[in-house]
Design a binder for this molecule. Sequence first.
Ligand SMILES: Nc1ncnc2c1ncn2[C@@H]1O[C@H](COP(=O)(O)OP(=O)(O)O)[C@@H](O)[C@H]1O
Ligand SMILES: [Mg+2]
Length: 218
Amino acid sequence: MIGEMQVHGVIKIGAEAVLRKVSWLGLTLVEKKRLPKPYRHPELDREIRVSRTLKEARIMIRAKEVGVMCPAIFHVDLEGAAIYMQFIEGNDLRVLLSENNPQMEEIAWRLGSSIANLHEAGIYHGDFVPSNILVVGEQHVLIDFGLSGFSKDVEEQAVDIHLFERSVSASHPSIAGAVMESLRSGYESVVGSSRLRMLMKRVSEIRARARYVERGAY
Ligand SMILES: Nc1ncnc2c1ncn2[C@@H]1O[C@H](COP(=O)(O)OP(=O)(O)O)[C@@H](O)[C@H]1O
Ligand SMILES: [Mg+2]
């Protein structure tokens, strides 16, 4: 990287990556760096970290190209398995859900249209949960594309919706129904009613499968 980088602090030490707030050439950025795993063969470990870093950055760039809000990528350091992206100042959706925000339905509708646009572009998020959605005013920004992939498979798309629904139902059961209805309606505005129906049918199947597994009936 050309120019000095200052580290301001650790944001999160995750299972796969460490996130730090840094500044570089006067910009405030987030560094998402995948650290070596001691239990993996060093050569293989490096390969995994590099390929996951590259894939995450590629997907974020593609998402932005199709108009889905996510942090801008400033730099990818493949040797260091690190992505440098725009720092987004905002709360995540969990905080706003608990405030019982009157704009929640509007935010959910837009979120539905964003995830639909992402799916239309052949990308699934893979970890579409409220903690991976930052809200800035009335806008939302999707983050954490570490489990994302390129696919138009309805199963992957339905998993996104299922994960979101499961998470909101668990944390905020009283508003989950209204939030999901707005999200579906935003989704439908992009893909139309027959595609939405097909998707929701698959979501119900996934939900039933998940219940079956939870009951231990396997
Ligand atoms: N671009 C960003 N701007 C501001 N905060 C961010 C940004 N990216 C990640 N974060 C914060 O760091 C946390 C972890 O990042 P994330 O990409 O979700 O990694 P993990 O895979 O560990 O969940 C997020 O929940 C969020 O609070
Ligand atoms: Mg996350």
